[in-house]
Structure formats: structure tokens, C-alpha cells
Design a protein around this ligand. Structure first.
Ligand code: FPP
Length: 231
């Protein structure tokens, strides 16, 4: 069986913090811990690619202090997690625009991508300043595709979400925590045939048992990709 591509919309950090009388930043810190747990657990559940939504192109609308806090958190993750990702054989890539991120963060992202480039156990894709609609539009206008436009060729363009070529691999399972049931402009092209799994668990509380439950339910789904059942 080939490895799974699981995408996660990590929602609910703010509400998790609010319920405890804590600032939203505490929820985001709890979110980093949940991400660490999920990355560690993923390979044992057959996941080879994990794409997580850390910051959408629309999240710039949040209060400046929260945005700055999140950007600082991304920097400390890039630096602080680099060795652990290398020793866990995890390759990290960031998808999304980079031109609106600070030079320091972009440098840290590039250093972590370089340091982890040979990681073969899990491909962790962090979406930062990401919009699927922008990625699709960007692919359409700057395609430079030679020859007929095929789904595969467009997919290769859309995958990076920022104009750089990358495998836009199909998502098998999309998980959203926090109780909302929508895609919020995440991997719209890649989720064409994804199974969707929603939970009311807030992201900072998400643990391996939740991941196992999502995967177990996914394994019971009948994926026909528009065809008919074969058994
Ligand atoms: C959604 O919760 C979460 C985010 C917008 C930020 C996601 C960030 C993390 C999980 C932490 C850091 C990740 C990395 C890569 C270091 P929300 O704030 O919208 O929660 P709410 O809906 O309850 O307000």
C-alpha cells in the first residue's frame, strides 16, 4: 500500500486558549505541541506526506500583534525543530508566498528546507501565507506549460502554491479540527477527491488517538474516484 497524504486544518487554538482564560498566543503554543505530536505519530499510521495549514493568505487580517506572534513562532519552529526533524528523517517544505514574509523568516525556512532535504520518512509541508485559489490562479497565468494542458501538468504547477515547481500530490484525507466544516482555501486542487474528516476537538488537544480514529474511518471509506465499486 502506498503512503497517505494527509492534510490538516489546525483550527481552534484561539478558542482552546479562551476557554482556559489564556491569551490566544498560548493556544498557538499549544498548537505547536500538537503539531510535534502529529509529526511524530504520522509515519506509524502510514502517512508519508503531511500538509498543515499554519497561516492563510487571509490571516494577515488578524490583529498585528497576533500576526507578529505567529511569524515569530514559525521562526522559532524552523530553528528549534531543525535537528529533531533531521534525526526523525523528516523533510520540511514550506508552501505559499514568501515575498510578504520577513527576510529573517525566509532565511530560516530555506535553511531548514536545505538541512532536511534528504528526509525520506515523512514529507512535512507547512502552508504559510498560503491560498489555494492564488496558487491555482498563479499556475494558470504563469504556466509556461509546453504542449497540451493536462491535469497532471497543472497539478505540478499548483503544488508549490508559489510558482516554484513541486509535486502537487493528491490529498487522501483532509482533517479539520475545531468544529468548523469548510476548506478555507486550503489545497483546493489537491483535495478534489480527498476524504474529509471533521472533529470538534480543538487543535491543541489533538493527539495520536484522534489521528488513529481519523485514519481508521478513512480506511473504511469507499473511494471510487467517480467510478463504480469493484467488489
Ligand atoms: C487556527 O486557530 C490556527 C492558526 C491560524 C495558526 C496555526 C498555527 C499553529 C498550529 C501553531 C504553529 C505552527 C507552526 C508551523 C509552528 P485559530 O487561531 O483560528 O483558532 P480559533 O478559530 O479558535 O480562533
Amino acid at each position: 500500500m502506498s503512503g497517505l497524504h494527509v492534510a490538516v486544518i489546525m483550527d481552534g487554538n484561539g478558542r482552546w486558549a479562551q476557554a482556559r482564560g489564556l491569551p490566544r498566543s498560548a493556544g498557538h503554543l499549544g498548537g505547536v505541541e500538537a503539531l510535534r505530536r502529529t509529526v511524530e505519530a504520522a509515519p506509524a499510521h502510514g502517512i508519508t506526506t503531511l500538509s498543515v495549514y499554519a497561516f492563510s493568505a487571509d490571516n494577515w487580517k488578524r490583529p498585528r500583534a497576533e500576526v507578529d506572534g505567529l511569524l515569530a513562532l514559525f521562526r522559532s519552529y524552523m530553528v528549534g525543530e531543525r535537528r529533531a526533524l533531521c534525526s526523525a528523517d523528516v523533510r520540511l517544505s514550506v508552501i505559499g508566498r514568501r515575498d510578504r514574509l520577513g527576510g529573517g523568516l525566509v532565511g530560516d525556512i530555506e535553511a531548514t528546507e536545505d538541512a532536511t532535504a534528504t528526509g525520506g520518512r515523512l514529507h512535512l509541508r507547512l502552508a504559510i501565507d498560503y491560498s489555494a485559489r492564488d496558487a491555482i490562479a498563479q499556475a494558470a497565468v504563469s504556466s509556461g506549460i509546453d504542449g497540451p494542458i493536462t491535469r497532471e501538468r497543472v497539478a505540478a504547477r499548483v503544488g508549490s502554491g508559489c510558482g516554484r515547481p513541486a509535486a502537487g500530490s493528491e490529498v487522501d484525507l483532509l482533517i479539520r479540527t475545531g468544529g468548523e466544516q469548510r476548506l478555507s482555501d486550503f489545497l483546493l486542487w489537491e483535495c478534489a477527491y480527498a476524504e474529509l474528516w471533521f472533529t470538534t476537538v480543538m487543535w491543541p488537544d489533538f493527539d495520536e488517538a484522534d489521528l488513529a480514529r481519523a485514519i481508521e474511518e478513512f480506511r473504511m471509506r469507499d473511494r471510487r474516484f467517480g467510478g463504480v465499486a469493484t467488489t
